[in-house]
Design a protein around this ligand. Sequence first.
Ligand code: NAD
Length: 403
Amino acid sequence: MSAPVIAQDVKGTITAGSKSPTAMPVVIAVPKEQTPGEQRVATVPEVVQKFTKSGYVVRIEHDAGTSAYYPDALYTAAGAKIVSSRTELLKGARIVLCVQPPTVAEVDQLDEGTIVIGFMNATHNLEAIARMRDRKVTAFALEFVPRISRAQSMDALSSQATAGGYVAAVLGADNCPKFLPMLTTAAGTIRPSTVLILGAGIAGLMAIATAKRLGALVEAYDVRRAAGEQVRSLGAKFIELEINAEGQGGYARELTPDEKIKEQQMVSAAVARADIVITTAAIPGRKAPVLITKETVATMRPGAVIIDMAAESGGNCELTQAGKTVRAHGVMIIGPQNLPARVPFHSSQMYAKNLQSFLTLLIDKNGALVTDFTDEILTASLLVHGGEVRHKPTRDLMNGVKP
Ligand code: NAD
């Protein structure tokens, strides 16, 4: 990548270009995340080094990486400038990289034309999106990056789901009163624990792989039959049900009311014999399906643990409460929030690489910032630009149009 530059005319208007005599390098700013419990950071020193080698100026807010175990000194060594005030961080910055969406107060600190890239949590963040629109900020939402082969390296949903699936399996093991592997000891033989994964997408497959590595017997189920082959390739047993709900883009479709009842009945038997159940089932843009009713919880073994990764979107277990641990019938039901933030070192590293790949789309072959955003990936992920909300479902939501 050649040195990306922008030109600034006498009125201070910024335009893309690489040959202007007043050309200045693109400034990338990385704020410290403000959301409680968020330990991740949007870039890491290894990626900063690539940016600075390519001619960007990188500014990192003081302590932005500290909670992910990337101290300021490592960013400085990679060529970034550490700044202690937000004003200094954002002054003249063309690109702001973040993990969580900016708050309204943060948007108010951004200049017109600033490009913000990160998770935008669009449906739950309409006020900040409206403010970005009004301040003519440009926002790209990583959750809208299409899941096509070319976009795999910038698929932050997948990288963070991988981190989340790993943590869910470890959390399950940590709260389980049993060993996971089979043990043959002088004090007797220990039978392996059974781990059941409901929803074998990105997070579920990582949870399966992790539970297998810990030595458990692993079973899994998904409404997409195509998931069966991936489950079996990890050495787990795929529970075959008579439902196939492959929807658009590789995602699951919502089940019909009859299918939902059938699924709950068929899943119940597997839930009752499991020591740990990890649920990851989600339908994009909808409330998570209930797979485990309170009656099914009552049939589980005492000491069994449910890790409900869908807690934030309503929960796959009827008793789940997001951000809380509920105990019922001797079963522990954990509704964790932001699991990737519990492995902030590696989840930040993966996220930073996703952003690095994404930025290659925003720079043309001459090293200038792209302004037309015609690339399919940019078009799909462009949330706000030029004083308009460009993402139609979000715009409809803001205008009160029912989906
Ligand atoms: P997700 O987080 O939306 O859902 C998690 C899983 O829950 C999915 O596997 C889904 O089928 C399952 N599920 C939904 N309803 C269910 C129900 N009622 N019962 C049981 N399971 C249910 O999905 P995700 O993990 O982000 O991705 C799902 C799939 O998307 C992947 O497995 C893959 O096929 C596809 N994908 C493709 C690409 C790519 O091509 N670049 C990238 C990522 C994902």
